[in-house]
Design a protein around this ligand. Structure first.
Ligand code: MUC
Ligand code: MG
Length: 378
């Protein structure tokens, strides 16, 4: 039996290419937790957990993810069978309630390890890839309409992105509709426009917003209301033609089941981190497909590693009705992979090779790790 010998969690902080203005926070850097797992045969597996804006997006931060892994998950898993992912996951679920991002980071490292040892990609472990490339949206969130229009023009000219997600919810609904209208007019039929409100609206705001946004040609509203306001989400889904997507409301298969049973959303934003890992994300996808809910491949703005993990799973799914937003590494000033993901032609290639098909650049990891300052000054 190959044992889990060592689990290390590392926080890294990487500056973003520009300020990323969300309804609840403006990001200037992204922090993620990398997990490196070592196995008794000398093999290794890598995973990643990410959240956004400290604790302003959700109930886990990189600091809480690290503590959950170091203090609770690692001691419970050390010595277990490295190939027994179902058993390790069950143990993890027993010792740690909630904390899906911490569990996801560790579960992903187990799959990457299994893939590397068996010489199979994680897509193969999940049934095999259907797609060689996936479409990739870009988020326009500079905080300024003209800057966003200029950025959209650059992305279209470079054939990097043609689907644009606009972050709104910080200004008044009326101002946001004008902002979206200006960008939708500039982009025209060269691309699509969607918005993410990140829970900022009341139901009355959202009704006004849904009407206005669908009139200006926006095709989708992501998480308009607070994550626990499922009746409000459902009334928007029922009341307007524009597609309503659940993001923060969707924290794994049990939420997927509740949302599907009520048909409270038209679309699910599937995120590995929020789901608790690859397998629970696959379960969320299965529930959506069985319920006739459309799919969107979501991100927690992971680095290239976590993005590659999601791409491996998403490549096995027949249809992503609203595409994906696997652009995390492009928002970072520098990625931490030895070989960057292949973006182009409005899409990203599914990495080839065992596991997630990517490897970490150890120099970059050493440079961006948060404890570097401490170890240098110690
Ligand atoms: C979110 O709420 O979806 C994903 C893309 C982006 O720009 O922000 C994230 C978080
Ligand atoms: Mg979102």
């Amino acid at each position: 039996m190959i044992r889990i010998d060592h689990i290390e969690s590392i926080i890294i902080d990487v500056p973003t290419v520009r300020g990323h203005v969300l309804s609840m926070v403006t990001m200037r850097a992204q922090a993620v937790v990398l997990v490196r797992m070592r196995f008794s045969d000398g093999s290794e597996g890598l995973g990643e957990g990410a959240s956004i804006g400290g604790l302003s997006y959700g109930s886990e931060s990189v600091e809480s993810i690290k503590i959950a892994i170091d203090a609770y998950i690692a001691p419970a898993l050390l010595g277990m069978n490295a190939d027994g992912i179902a058993a390790a996951t069950a143990r993890m679920e027993k010792v740690v309630r909630g904390n899906p991002i911490a569990r996801a980071a560790v579960e992903c490292a187990l799959w990457d390890g299994l893939g590397r040892r068996s010489g199979l990609s994680v897509a193969q472990l999940f049934g095999g890839r259907i797609h060689d490339r996936l479409p990739v949206a870009w988020t326009l969130a500079s905080g300024n309409s003209q800057t966003d229009i200029d950025e959209a023009e650059q992305m279209l000219a470079a054939r990097r992105h043609r689907d644009f997600k606009l972050k709104i919810g910080k200004r008044s609904v009326r101002e946001d509709i004008a902002h979206v209208a200006a960008i939708a007019t500039a982009v025209g039929d060269r691309g699509t426009i969607r918005v993410d409100v990140n829970q900022a609206w009341s139901l009355t705001d959202a009704r006004y917003g849904a009407r206005g946004l669908q009139e200006v040609g926006c095709i989708l509203i992501e998480q308009p209301v607070a994550r626990d306001k499922l009746a409000a989400l459902k009334s928007l889904t029922d009341g307007y033609e524009i597609a309503i997507m659940a993001d923060e409301a969707l924290q794994g298969p049990a939420d997927a089941m509740r949302l599907a049973a009520d048909r409270a959303a038209d679309v699910f934003a599937v995120k590995l981190c929020q789901s608790g890992g690859l397998k629970p994300a696959a379960d969320v996808i299965a529930i959506a497909r069985a319920a006739g809910i459309d799919l969107y491949g979501g991100t927690m703005l992971e680095s290239g590693l976590g993005t590659a993990a999601a791409i491996q799973l998403f490549a096995t799914v027949p249809e992503w009705h609203f595409g994906t937003e696997m652009f995390g590494p492009l928002l970072l000033k520098e990625d931490i992979l030895t070989e960057s993901l292949d973006y182009g032609d409005f899409s990203v290639a599914v990495p080839q090779g065992p596991g997630f098909g990517v490897s970490l650049d150890e120099d970059k990891l050493a440079f961006y790790r948060r404890d570097r300052a401490r170890s240098v000054t110690a």
